[in-house]
Write a protein that binds this ligand. Structure first.
Ligand SMILES: Cc1cc2nc3c(=O)[nH]c(=O)nc-3n(C[C@H](O)[C@H](O)[C@H](O)COP(=O)(O)O)c2cc1C
Length: 208
């Protein structure tokens, strides 16, 4: 049986639930799926595919980026998918960054207030700006896919500096913007993107 790891970083907990749903969706393919926080994740070498996720926290969560860097060599052999949760994204219509397919939850992006004259925040919140450091950490390996999804922002769960950053730079209202249909739809494509056989094909292989 194929083994898949879904591992995540989180600051306030909501990305853990996203990882859980991604794991559930992948398990429908018949693979054995471990969903684990990064601190408990074993080596990617034990798996046939790995999903690494984390929220944007002044850049992609640094633990998630560190995990990619620590296992830099592994990504040249083990298929990897990445997901990002965020609360603010500027609409650019991009479907790939540096040749890597990017799936963007269509409820998340907002067009710039003044077309052709994006503000500092709107330039900061572009998908390319969010994803380039992730792709740079992996090079020469490339993820099979990157998902960018709405997250959850609750000021009550944040330290004072987190509230300050979000209010000054991100300027997003509190709320739960996780779009479970978009998350499931991306995750359902991962077994094929990882080159895993469909469940029927696996059953036939086991019977043979
Ligand atoms: C300190 C801080 C910085 C953040 N920076 C960004 C950001 O740069 N862009 C963005 O879209 N969302 C940003 N967010 C929103 C989070 O990515 C979002 O709330 C996410 O769902 C949190 O996930 P978690 O509950 O797993 O920690 C930030 C939140 C915090 C607290």
């Amino acid at each position: 049986m194929k083994r898949i790891l879904v591992t995540y970083a989180t600051m306030a907990g909501s990305t853990a639930e996203v990882a859980q749903v991604i794991g559930e969706e992948i398990a429908k393919s018949g693979a054995q799926v471990d969903v684990l926080p990064l601190a408990e994740a074993k080596s990617p070498k034990d798996y046939d595919g790995v999903v690494v996720g984390g929220p944007m926290i002044m850049g992609w969560h640094r633990d998630a980026l560190r995990f990619l860097k620590t296992h830099h060599e592994a990504w040249q052999r083990i298929p990897l998918a990445v997901f990002v949760t965020a609360i603010s994204l500027t609409q650019t219509g991009e479907t790939s960054v540096d040749g890597v397919p990017v799936y963007v939850d269509d409820r998340l992006p907002k067009p710039p207030l003044t077309a052709g004259r994006p503000t500092f925040r709107e330039r900061y919140a572009r998908v390319t700006n969010y994803l380039r450091p992730i792709l740079a950490a992996l090079r020469p390996a490339r993820p099979v896919s990157i998902g960018v999804f709405g997250g959850r922002l609750e000021y009550g769960r944040l330290p004072w500096w987190g509230v300050l950053f979000v209010m000054l730079i991100i300027q997003a209202p509190a709320g739960d913007r996780r779009n479970w249909a978009a998350i499931r739809s991306w995750a359902a494509e991962l077994p094929a993107a990882f080159g895993l056989a469909a469940p029927e094909a696996q059953e036939l292989a086991q019977m043979a």
